[in-house]
Design a protein around this ligand. Structure first.
Ligand code: BG6
Length: 506
């Protein structure tokens, strides 16, 4: 199916700006954030003039920061091949200010560099802080920015904003504490809590599909939908992040953020308009309508598991407990499946089955809307399957609808066929990394695709009771699943109990 519009690219940015990147020597900065800034700079979508000041504990000069980041961009970045000439023009705008996140003198030094660089390059006062450090130091950074007086715009026509990475807290209490610290230093409208899934075009397209078309929304409710499945599968293991992952797990890492975001956008009521206040308000109402878990409900509706050794493609891979930095007796989950009920008029009685895991059979994120069968079956025993609308979020971005069709021939035999829309065929290959989209939105002051403090807390309220039960049952056995499979038998049983089965991405 060919679409008629060309990709719109990034929003135009005409003002200059300075970015201070905390955690600049970390993996996320090298793999995603700096490459996203590079991509924006190529499209004049970061600032008319700009500087990026890296801040982290590692001792480096501007020069060594430029070359370290340059090496990483060429080898591990996810934006594709980088042109050396374009990179060296970009790298001339990178600076580095080493420091200790909790020490006031580091911020005095940072303020001094900010002033020098801003004056030399005539950058004016627009300032974006980006926190991409380990979460333990978020609080210190925010506090020190405030103490150094860097939180307030230098003039009425300039802005100061802050992007804070996920995980925003590690439970409800710590998220509330972080929110109150952040809001004691910044106004809510300066704060951009990032979840990179919201920067993916196909995730945003969920809202366009639902609210930009007349044909889907009338069916999008309990009268026509049997159930919904959301799968966020990865083939990667914990890679070099064993230590971090041990204290995190799939529930905090993926469900609390990305998977609940997908659930919210799939189920949300139509917002009055596509702006931050309307969208965030509707998402909050939806998250608050999800039935809270308690120990009894959890026993029937939440499954956790860990990957065991197995094969990804034709490569043998070790089990989670054998990974570097992981306790050989670890109870940390690398897989979660959950049945979620939404207690509102639209969705009462329609289960949402969510699952995510590392080392699964395929890297694939998809949302499946399975419709109810025809109310009166004229074609009995002819192989009719329920209609499904499948939204492929990644990697083969697209939408497909399956329905029954008569097979050619004199007999009345019925087959299941699929109608497909492919993003690539329709609009060409998507080129905008999710991080770049969100950074571009932030420098333009558009918070629609970021999270509010209330939304983050609502998501933690759902996850907290599950964490409590798991903490209280540390000695329980954690089911194992072979790497390269779709998870443990307990996950299949979750749907089989309801007479359903998982739709595994192919
Ligand atoms: C991150 C998680 O937020 O999302 C990672 O911390 C996960 O564990 C990643 O691998 C998945 O993102 P994507 O865009 O590759 O699906």
């Amino acid at each position: 199916m060919a679409a008629q519009n060309k990709p719109s690219g990034y929003g135009n940015v005409v003002e200059p700006c300075t970015v201070v990147l905390f955690g600049a020597s970390g993996d996320l900065a090298k793999r995603k954030v700096i490459p996203a800034m590079f991509d924006l700079a190529q499209h004049k979508a970061l600032g008319a003039r700009y500087a990026i000041i890296g801040f982290s504990r590692t001792a480096m000069t501007d020069e060594s920061f430029r070359s370290t980041i340059g090496e990483a961009a060429k080898t591990i970045s996810e934006v594709g091949p980088i042109d050396p000439q374009q990179w060296s023009e970009f790298a001339a705008n990178l600076y580095y200010s080493p420091g200790d996140y909790g020490k006031p003198e580091s911020y005095v030094a940072l303020a001094k560099r900010l002033k020098e660089i801003s004056e030399a390059k005539q950058l004016g006062g627009n300032l974006l802080f980006y926190i991409s450090t380990p979460p333990e130091v978020y609080r210190d950074i925010v506090e020190q920015i405030g103490k150094a007086g860097l939180n307030k715009p230098a003039s009425p026509d300039s802005w100061v904003r802050i992007i804070i990475e996920k995980p925003f807290g590690r439970d409800l209490a710590s998220a509330e504490d972080l929110n109150s610290k952040v809001l004691s230093v910044f106004d809510e409208k300066q704060v951009y809590r990032i979840d990179h899934y919201l920067g993916k075009d196909t995730v945003q397209n969920l809202l366009v599909l639902r609210f930009g078309n007349g044909i889907f929304e009338p069916l999008w409710n309990r009268n026509y939908v049997d159930h919904v499945q959301i799968t966020a599968g990865e083939t990667l293991g914990v890679e070099r992040r064993g230590g971090f992952y041990e204290t995190t797990g799939a529930l905090r890492d993926m469900i609390q953020s990305h998977v609940l975001q997908l659930t919210a956008l799939t189920a949300v009521e139509p917002p009055a308009s596509f702006d931050a206040v309307s969208v965030l308000d509707e998402k909050l109402k939806l998250l608050q309508s999800i039935r809270p878990f308690n120990p009894e409900l959890m026993a029937q509706s939440v499954v956790r598991a860990q990957y065991a050794a197995g094969k990804i493609g034709d490569k043998d891979v070790p089990g989670y407990r054998q990974e570097q930095g992981v306790d050989p007796n670890s109870h940390t989950e690398t897989f979660v499946a959950a049945k979620v009920e939404i207690d509102n008029w639209r969705w009462a009685g329609v289960p949402f089955y969510l699952r995510t895991g590392k080392r699964l059979a395929k890297r694939s994120t998809e949302i499946v809307i399975q419709f109810r069968c025809a109310p009166h079956m004229v074609f009995r025993n002819k192989g009719i399957e329920p209609n499904r609308l499948v939204l492929n979020i990644q990697p083969d971005e697209g939408i497909s609808v399956s329905f029954s069709a008569k097979r050619p021939g004199t007999e009345m035999n019925i087959g299941n066929v699929t109608m497909k829309f492919s993003y690539e065929e329709g609009f060409g290959k998507a080129t905008r990394p999710a991080y770049a989209t969100l950074l571009n939105d932030c420098v333009r002051g558009d918070a629609t695709l970021f999270d509010s403090g209330d939304n983050v807390e609502a998501a933690w309220s759902l996850v907290d009771p599950i964490l409590d039960v798991w903490n209280a049952t540390k000695s329980a056995t954690v089911p194992q699943y072979p790497s390269g499979s779709w998870g443990p038998a307990e996950s299949d049983a979750l749907l089989e109990r309801d007479g359903r089965h998982w739709h595994n991405p192919r």
